[in-house]
Write a protein that binds this ligand. Sequence first.
Ligand code: FAD
Length: 301
Amino acid sequence: MNKKYSEVIIIGAGPAGCAAAIQLKRSGFDPLIFEKDQIGGLANNANFIENYLGFPNGINGSEFVNLLEKHILRLKIKLVKEEIIEITWDSKKNLFYIQSNLNYYKANYLILAIGTIPKRLSIIGEEELNELDLLFYEPTNIKKQNLLNKRIAVIGAGDAAFDYSLQLEKIASQITIFNRKNTFHCLPLLMKRVEEKSDKIKIIKNKQIIKFEYKENQNQPYVVLEFADKSKSNFDIILIAIGRIINSFLIDQLAKENPDKKKLYKIGDVKNGYYRQISIAVGDGIKCAMKIINDIKIRSN
Ligand SMILES: Cc1cc2nc3c(=O)[nH]c(=O)nc-3n(C[C@H](O)[C@H](O)[C@H](O)COP(=O)(O)OP(=O)(O)OC[C@H]3O[C@@H](n4cnc5c(N)ncnc54)[C@H](O)[C@@H]3O)c2cc1C
């Protein structure tokens, strides 16, 4: 099998992966960066970014991602729109073998900037509704639909549930946030903004969803939510925002292979636990690129 070679391969074109690519490129290297979905990663889902240096008035997520894409294009960084599905390490040749959904690659250095994946509720009906495009975990795909007159149920109690509700409120008719507990753990700033939109966004506490059911009315699909107290409610679209976990799929594959620690890097949300922020991901990307550049210099002397 003919494998395309790149000295450094980066998986994930979110803020972490893009920062690493930019730092490598400006130091004279030519990394390949893989993205299975959208450049900008999770930042595509951010309503309004207010804590990133250089934007005194804040910037919305999609504008931030446009700038990031321009930066990558201007530097002629090679972005490959493929999903990486398997990685192995050859300890004799000191190479990573990387398989995407379309091609085979090999690299001396590998950067995993693959971020997080959303938690599932794991209740009846969830998977089926997700396949039918009635239940989502991120708002970007919902926003592509015509949401006029649509009732959206947002399930969650943290920053993402509130941030997503504020985005959808602008285009949908009614948003209801469901929290299974009595307390919320979002930024007070987001809570205040949601409360200011009480005509469009309702907050319901102490309601635990136990089941989703698909229904139709005159060929129009809708979803019945069933709660632990046996009550029911109807909605058109469901958005689940109950937290995220690290995207460990490729990491687990490599754990068995024991690759050289100076050749494999994890950066950004995939390794930062609770501290999931763009600035931290970008800092990780720059630092890891500098470490790789240093390692290459040492090995070539
Ligand atoms: C609603 C919301 C609001 C936010 N607001 C802010 C904010 O105001 N300020 C702030 O600093 N942070 C904010 N964040 C957090 C910020 O978006 C993340 O910290 C940041 O995007 C992490 O960057 P990353 O590159 O590590 O991961 P991600 O952005 O998650 O990028 C990972 C990328 O890897 C790709 N990928 C994964 N697996 C593969 C594979 N096998 N093959 C190819 N590609 C793959 C994914 O498609 C994704 O594009 C917010 C997040 C959310 C959800």
